[in-house]
Design a protein around this ligand. Structure first.
Ligand SMILES: Cc1cc2nc3c(=O)[nH]c(=O)nc-3n(C[C@H](O)[C@H](O)[C@H](O)COP(=O)(O)OP(=O)(O)OC[C@H]3O[C@@H](n4cnc5c(N)ncnc54)[C@H](O)[C@@H]3O)c2cc1C
Length: 393
């Protein structure tokens, strides 16, 4: 669904930008964007509406995320208040329907927003993207009672959500997960554990894939659990009673729902990688301009100019792939760009004083979470191999 004018005005009011019309404001923001007008300008090819909310996200990244990025990393902060501010701009349930409090934007719009936010803090944005994926799974597969119960508080980020698929012994092989859910009257009793859960311990709502029937994907269901848990990233269930009415979709639909969630989630995470790559290019560019070796600033060496040009080309190509909803997680260009940007900083790039190492670390993990690169290749080849006959012989 396209961003409606009504919604633009709502967003406009949130920011209290009441002077001038919306598009004037939009242009004003675009004018302030970090790299507006350069060949890697992320606004290229977007329509006015998309540019407007890209500018909202860029502004938020610049003022609310980026100033805290280093401290949050060092102090391992889960920035509750900042996340709620982001939700105030409509970033808590970006692609959920408006009816229950979502922002009602398309996947492309979402990608544009996450890329912009990610430049401010990649790992915080990756969490926002997972929260959004959980909200969408409830919005898409839940019933109206479930939507009304959970979506408004997820959209406002009054409550935070986590996606629970991975288990200690079942990562890539998620279809064989074992966390058991046994029906006892009108409740399920859960036993088992989940691993590597983003937001685990800080979240209030857990979208959990559980085993309700026989082995394999068809025995997996998706159930929502609300609780206040202790701060740990492994999530443990011991005789945990959950109302059967919390099952999303039908029992046995869980694996399908988990994979549908990940399909969008992967594009979101790829968008976060784009943001990290974009920020890294800017950092490398700025560093090359000031660092002197052999009596000249580094930006005068042709080898480094060519490297920079290659990084820009790869970024724009990746962005096109992501924006066409391609599975850009199969491609590691954003990570290579971050890596090359770090290389351009020499030894200083390795030091925690320089932001480029943080973008590199946060981007690197995107080749693991939401399915490793190897599993992405497996999915692409499976798709090709199960495609129908050749159209022309
Ligand atoms: C920072 C972070 C956040 C995460 N957040 C979440 C979250 O919020 N929710 C959640 O559910 N999970 C989350 N995960 C877990 C993530 O999805 C898993 O780590 C990932 O799916 C890989 O599983 P694994 O770590 O068990 O590795 P394994 O599955 O053990 O894989 C090990 C290696 O073997 C390769 N491999 C495995 N099978 C094959 C095969 N058939 N062919 C070729 N290669 C193969 C893998 O690609 C990998 O390189 C997160 C992980 C990290 C690091």
């Amino acid at each position: 669904m396209a961003l409606t004018c009504r919604r633009i005005f709502q967003l406009n009011n949130v920011l209290k930008l009441n002077k001038g019309n919306v598009l004037t404001q939009c242009k004003r923001f675009i004018g302030e964007a970090w790299v507006a007008g350069s060949c890697i300008d992320p606004a290229l090819g977007l329509n006015d509406e998309q540019r407007y909310f890209q500018s909202l996200a860029t502004d938020f990244a610049k003022n609310e995320l980026h100033p805290n990025m280093k401290a949050w990393d060092q102090e391992e902060t889960f920035p509750v208040e900042t996340l709620r501010k982001a939700a105030g701009l409509g970033f808590g349930a970006v692609y959920c329907k408006e009816e229950f409090g979502g922002t009602g934007l398309s996947r492309l719009d979402t990608s544009v927003i996450f890329e912009a936010l990610s430049q401010g803090c990649t790992s915080t944005t990756a969490y926002i993207s997972i929260h959004n994926m959980c909200a969408w799974m409830i919005d898409e597969f839940g019933n109206d009672e479930q939507r009304a119960r959970w979506i408004p508080s997820l959209a406002s980020m009054e409550k935070f959500a986590s996606y629970c698929l991975t288990e200690p012994n079942h990562g890539s092989d998620a279809a064989n997960l074992t966390l058991s859910a046994k029906l006892d009257g009108d409740h399920y009793i859960l036993n088992g554990s989940k691993m590597f859960i983003s937001g685990g311990g800080d979240s209030d709502v857990y979208v959990v894939m559980v085993r309700t029937a026989e082995k394999g994907a068809a025995g997996i269901s998706c159930i929502v659990i609300g609780w206040n848990s202790q701060p740990t990233r492994a999530v443990l269930f011991e005789d945990c009673r959950v109302p059967a009415s919390n099952v999303i979709g039908q029992p046995g639909d869980g694996f399908k729902i988990a994979m549908r969630g990940l399909n969008g989630g992967r594009t979101n995470v790829a968008s976060c990688s784009l943001g990290a790559a974009h920020a890294s290019i800017e950092l490398a560019r700025d560093y090359l301009k000031v660092r002197k070796q052999f009596g000249k600033t580094l930006d005068t060496f042709q080898h480094l100019q060519f490297e920079l040009a290659d990084m820009a080309t790869q970024l724009v190509a990746s962005r096109m792939m992501v924006r066409q909803a391609a599975r850009a997680m199969d491609d590691d260009w954003p990570e290579k760009i971050c890596n090359q940007a770090l290389q351009m900083h020499g030894g200083y790039g390795y030091l925690k004083d320089y932001a480029v190492q943080q973008y590199m670390r946060d981007c690197r993990v995107h080749t693991i979470l939401e399915g490793t690169n190897e599993i992405m290749r497996l999915l692409v080849s499976r798709d090709l191999l199960t495609d129908g006959d050749r159209k022309y012989s």
